[in-house]
Write a protein that binds this ligand. Sequence first.
Ligand code: ADP
Ligand code: MG
Length: 352
Amino acid sequence: QISEKRPIIRQLNDAAINRIAAGEVVERPASAVKELVENALDAGARQVSVDYADGGKTLIRVSDDGCGIAPEDLPLALSRHATSKIDGSDLLNIHTFGFRGEALPSLGAVGRLTMTSRAEGFDAAEIRVSGGQAEPVRPAAHNAGTTVTLRDLFYATPARLKFMRSDRAEAQAITDTIKRLAMAEPFVGFTLRDVSGGGEGRVTFRADPESGDLFDALHGRLARILGQEFAENALRIDATREGLHMTGYAALPTYSRGTSVAQYLFVNGRPVRDKMLYGALRAAYHDFLSRDRHPAAALFIECDPILVDVNVHPAKSEVRFRDPGLARGLIVSGLRHALAEAGHRASSTVAN
Ligand code: ADP
Ligand code: MG
């Protein structure tokens, strides 16, 4: 009787594997935008444009002026675990946003994806993939750089489609993703456009003038993204502790918010949402703020990639420090020092 019901072990095909992986990598339109913009940044883009419609559900289009892809490499770019960013020999030393070679095949498995590109010394070409099925590469027209168009995200996975929130909520998440990446790359110009019904709504973060100074560029960008008031109330942060470096801007306690939405943290240039780091930020302001107030800050932690694991989750917004106490200590002491210097002693400050 047992043999009657003996389960059959099968090797899944690539389309099925990609669709399963997509569940991890692409949660919602904003995660598709994140993957595509990170690819543009990894390609050395100076200008990135993002168009979307209906909260990204029907259309996401990301264009860049980066290095482009040669026609013969287009099918490879869309295949699983294929990447130009690492060779697999040193997983502890990663300097790009991407490295898994999972985003494009995943997106091609859950939407209709077209990738058009021109690399220096090559003609422009295009490849299409939908539901995991790729068409042959064909000639196309394109400036130097790459455009990826993703239509009908999750059309192939109705269960996921159901979990999508309202167009407005998804558009909000896309905007938030672009803000974070625009902070991480203040020398790159970004344009974000909602092209649904008439094409209202456009946000532009111009590439800051070529002053070359990162603090100036960042300050200008934060003024644009978080507002002039934040910029005027922001303390410049620059602190080091045993190989860990923290830079950025943190607002005076008097500028605190009633919600924690103005907290932006980056590790080695990568936007992260990490509980431990948020906790450290809160702890740093503990003596300066009443309980219902939240500090506002954009902080960049840099260290040897060997000291931090960004491999924790495919979406890569969590990190694991080799020495979490050290990272926490750097944030808490670095910020407290800056706040104290600014004359905001705990005893004299009751913010509300
Ligand atoms: P990963 O970013 O982890 O390498 P992806 O699936 O996102 O994996 O991309 C696969 C490869 O396609 C990249 O390694 C890169 O070589 C190429 N690629 C993707 N997007 C772009 C782009 N906008 N410009 C140039 N090359 C790109
Ligand atoms: Mg990528």
